[in-house]
Ligand binder design. Structure first.
Ligand SMILES: *Cc1c(COP(=O)(O)O)cnc(C)c1O
Length: 426
């Protein structure tokens, strides 16, 4: 459920007409709904209630910052009691700047540099999710040398097919993430013996946009077996991080499991684990809380296919269609009731700059406003300045008011960071 709906024939974000934002901020522009973010944050937390009801401690919910790192978005979630799952030093700094307490920050990622590990230590983050014995040894030595103890889990790779797009699947043996299950016990034993590291559990994250609970349950069952094996080996296991991955509906007919279904499954599978659980949801919180608002530049007759609706947003603003062939619903801000079949494209000089092919959509003309829905996750954060288009602006609506939460960065400002060296002068 979201808060983007028609009021008097015009699409609004909460109580703000999208035409107002387009007129005042320009297009393309992302529009986030605070109420939707809050609603999703609460629904996800309520979905986990069975874990607490069966006697488990309150879980840590660490929002996957990479899905939407905007400071205002992070602040909304911090106020909901969320922590952060970060995958770079830059994200770590953002999460802290947004008010997320360090102890609720989890640091994931296969390629944390020494400087990033040090940053995590300096800021006393709550947990490092270690993805290799090499990383674990480096972190242990760094912490030990400074008289610190890093709290950590070992991320395992359960070799489970998440049945999602190959580029966002992370839990197959051939993926770069985590430690293969068959090496988990020896790696855990090796790292648990090191000073500077308190290895207190395991972590898993098998992929994103999962539309079925079955791969998650399979992975979690493997984690449960590993926890039992590690305890049998004499380790004390107090924390398990179950990652993110819950999918969202991008189009009619997609029925992802609800947070309640997910929470019930997790509660059942983890009933006897006796650990603190952590979760790292991203898309399910932010996806439907944002749209990309765009204006039709012109409608061009097709060759032997449907007309091209050329919009002022492009693959540099919303990369998912070009990157993953992803679907985003495309709707007029003021639908006339007429329909058309269109190829919806951006202005970039690549055929990949195509948002939709042969799409049945609202009839649109040059100058009309339209939105790509479900653009709140993996949207603005993947923007680039390709074709010297500048960085897209972001706004957040709160009831009848809104604010610009990220300025548009114009192409000439980006150019100001470039230099023609002396050896090319005159
Ligand atoms: C990307 C990622 C997430 C979030 O995934 P969603 O599908 O957006 O919930 C969580 N944890 C890790 C380690 C990730 O890399």
């Amino acid at each position: 459920m979201d808060h983007f709906r028609l009021i008097d024939g015009e699409l609004h974000a909460e109580d703000v007409p999208l035409s107002r934002i387009a007129a005042e901020v320009g297009t393309p522009v992302y529009v986030y709904s605070r109420a939707t973010l809050e609603r999703h944050a609460r629904v996800f937390r309520e979905g986990l209630a069975p874990i607490v009801e069966q006697g488990g401690p309150e879980p840590l919910i660490a929002f996957a910052v990479k899905s939407n790192p905007n400071l205002a978005v992070l602040r909304v979630l911090a106020r909901e009691g969320y922590g952060a799952d970060v995958v770079s030093g830059g994200e770590l700094v953002r999460a802290l700047a947004a008010g997320m307490p360090a102890e609720r920050i989890v640091f994931s990622g296969v390629g944390k540099t020494r400087a990033e590990l040090q940053l995590g230590l300096d800021r006393r983050i709550g947990q490092f999710n270690i993805e290799s014995s090499e990383e674990g040894r480096e972190l242990a030595a760094l912490a030990d040398g400074q008289g610190l103890t890093a709290q950590a889990t070992l991320r395992i790779n359960p070799d489970v097919d998440a049945k999602t797009h190959a580029k966002i699947s992370t839990g197959k043996a051939e993926n770069k993430f985590g430690i293969p299950l068959i090496r988990a016990r020896e790696t855990f034993a090796e790292l648990a013996a090191l000073g500077g590291l308190h290895l207190r559990g395991v972590a898993v994250h098998i992929g994103s946009q999962l539309l079925d609970l079955e791969p998650l349950e399979t992975a979690f069952a493997k984690v449960g077996q590993l926890v039992a094996d590690l305890r049998a080996d004499g380790h004390t296991i107090t924390h398990v991080d179950l990652g993110g991955g819950l999918g969202v509906p991008y189009r009619a007919g997609e029925n992802p499991p609800s947070p309640a279904d997910y929470g019930a499954m997790v509660a059942r599978v983890t009933r006897d684990w006796g650990v603190h659980l952590a979760f790292e949801p991203g898309r399910v919180i932010a996806g439907n809380a944002g749209v990309l608002l765009t204006r039709v530049v012109r409608v061009k007759r097709g060759g032997n296919g449907p007309p091209f609706v050329i919009v002022d947003a492009a693959m540099n603003d919303l990369a998912r269609p070009a990157l993953y062939g992803a679907w985003h619903d495309f709707d007029a801000v003021r639908p006339s009731g007429e329909r058309m079949t269109a190829n919806v494209v951006g202005p970039i000089c690549e055929t990949g700059d195509t948002f939709a092919t042969d799409r049945d959509c609202d009839a649109l003309q040059s100058g009309d406003l339209a939105v790509f829905r479900t653009a709140g996750a993996y949207g603005a954060t993947m923007a680039s300045s390709y074709n010297s288009r500048g960085f897209v602006a972001e706004t957040m609506v709160d009831g009848a008011r809104y604010a610009v939460v990220a300025d548009r960065i114009a192409a000439d400002v980006i150019m100001d960071a470039e230099r023609v060296p002396d050896f090319l002068q005159d």
